[in-house]
Design a protein around this ligand. Structure first.
Ligand code: SF4
Length: 70
């Protein structure tokens, strides 16, 4: 069955403000954003109306080595 892309992808700062390794970005997009966004920790916080840390990864871990862009 065709899955839909995460509805908050256009505004997800994980991709615009965080310097992710290309391989990590690719894996996140392939697994979470394009197929399983309802499992993403960022998306769950969004549904709760909570603040989403920029460097929070979909697996609920903070990416401490990720630089945040201005
Ligand atoms: S990282 Fe999570 S919240 Fe951001 S676009 Fe992908 S699935 Fe959606």
């Amino acid at each position: 069955m065709e899955r839909t892309v995460c509805p908050i992808k256009p505004t997800c700062v994980l991709f615009s403000k965080v310097d992710l390794l290309d391989a990590l970005k690719f894996n996140i997009e392939t697994y979470y954003c394009k197929r399983n966004f309802e499992k993403c920790a960022r998306y769950k916080l969004y549904l709760l109306g909570s603040d989403i840390p920029p460097n929070l990864l979909p697996n609920d871990k903070i990416c401490i080595q990720c630089e945040t862009k201005n």
